[in-house]
Design a protein around this ligand. Structure first.
Ligand code: H2U
Ligand code: ZN
Length: 364
């Protein structure tokens, strides 16, 4: 039985997850990974657009920008000088969103400062650490423009950072905000890690869904899901022997993708060398496909979800989410407003149509 079916979702008749005519009328799809629903209104995809067009993102051309806080040899806001790094390099964020327990109390944020418990005014101390990861010394490049070999070096840095941080923190969020449209403050190719000592909302939802699926089915939710997506094929946008990328059945963002290893892996640091090479190939294909689709360095937020905590989680499958905000072109973005803020996420373009367009741009 298809997971969404039990929750009143679509599927059935031996072609669960496959789109049929009913998918061309308004419907809702169940996100098996988070337990949320998304409204799909395919008939609205062709509606006229007279709204805001975002300014086209300007491209950076200089390999070194003397005013950039992240370029090799430059001085950061706090006066520290970056080394003359030649390959991916990470440092402690100078403006961390969370800090360690000792730093917190030194900064006057100790647990003693929290108000007494109250059912309606609950709070808790949040500790953790934040890192900034420079993907390349070349200021002008984006991750999609690096060579596969250079992307492999970025993957190795992600892996090394995760290996250390996940022993110290409950949840290690590796992510990248790319482009001014996504609130990125600097075009220098970089990502971040926020490692925190509690499970944030998304992690909590995914953790509960994966644990429940595993208890019931004896394999991870995303292995079951990937197998079905590969059998159906219509939402797969890129794949190789070690990885598979799909526009998920329950996608909210128009061209959102989900990247899954084809073996059960719980953390980035558990990837073997072939999987790392395969990931570099897939990331290069996918991210440059996005750039071609929108004829611009495509903005996005992307990030990795590995198993929480230092312990073993046989129910958890490592995966990455890529969320580009773009809808129709480099300048027309999707807005999460109105019904979406007040009721439920909604999309017009079907995930199947998005996958077809993205596959075309990737050349798969
Ligand atoms: P974003 O552009 O994705 O926000 O990432 C830039 C990060 O770099 C941001 O978190 C940090 C900011 O705090 N940063 C430093 O740590 N030192 C600096 O000198 C500038 C920016
Ligand atoms: Zn730079």
């Amino acid at each position: 039985m298809f997971y969404g079916e039990r929750h009143g979702g679509f599927g059935g008749d031996g072609c669960a997850g496959m789109t049929d005519l009913s998918m061309q009328t308004p419907h809702r799809r169940f996100n098996a990974l988070t337990g949320d629903w998304v409204t799909v209104s395919p008939q609205r995809a062709e509606r006229p657009w007279q709204g805001e067009a975002a300014p086209k993102q300007s491209e950076t051309t200089a390999a070194h920008d003397p005013g950039c806080y992240l370029c090799p040899g430059n001085t950061r806001v706090n006066g520290q000088q970056n080394p003359d790094y030649q390959s991916p390099w990470a440092f402690d964020n100078d403006f961390p969103a969370v800090v360690g327990p000792s730093q917190g109390s030194a900064a006057g944020m100790g647990s003693g400062d929290l108000p007494p418990p109250d059912e309606l005014f609950r709070s808790e101390v949040l500790t953790g650490s934040c890192r900034v990861l420079c993907y390349s010394p070349d200021h002008s490049k984006t991750l999609s423009q690096l060579t596969e070999g250079e992307i492999q070096q970025v993957i190795a840095l992600w892996k090394d950072e995760v290996a250390i941080l996940r022993r110290r923190h409950e949840w290690v969020q590796v992510f990248e905000n790319k482009g001014a449209m996504m609130g990125c403050s600097n075009p220098h190719p970089h990502g971040q890690i926020w490692a925190v000592d509690t499970l944030p909302n998304e992690a909590r939802r995914e953790s509960a869904q994966q644990a429940a699926w595993f208890a019931e089915n004896g394999e991870t939710l995303l292995e079951s899901y990937r197998n079905r997506e590969e059998a159906i094929g219509e939402r797969v946008v890129a794949a190789n022997s070690h990885w598979c990328a799909v526009v998920p059945y329950w996608a909210v963002w128009p061209f959102e993708t989900l990247l899954m290893p084809r073996r059960r892996v719980d953390h980035l640091d558990a990837l073997d060398s072939k999987e790392q090479r395969g990931l570099a190939t897939l990331l290069k294909q996918l991210l440059s496909g996005y750039d071609r689709l929108f004829a611009t360095p495509c903005p996005y937020t992307m990030g990795w979800h590995g198993a929480p905590g230092p312990g073993v989680r046989p129910d958890w499958q490592l995966h990455a989410h890529v969320y580009p905000p773009l809808l129709r072109s480099a300048t027309v973005r999707k807005h999460m407003v109105g019904y979406e803020m007040l009721s439920e996420a909604q999309r017009d373009l079907t995930p199947e149509a998005a996958a077809e367009q993205l596959r075309g741009a990737i050349g798969a």
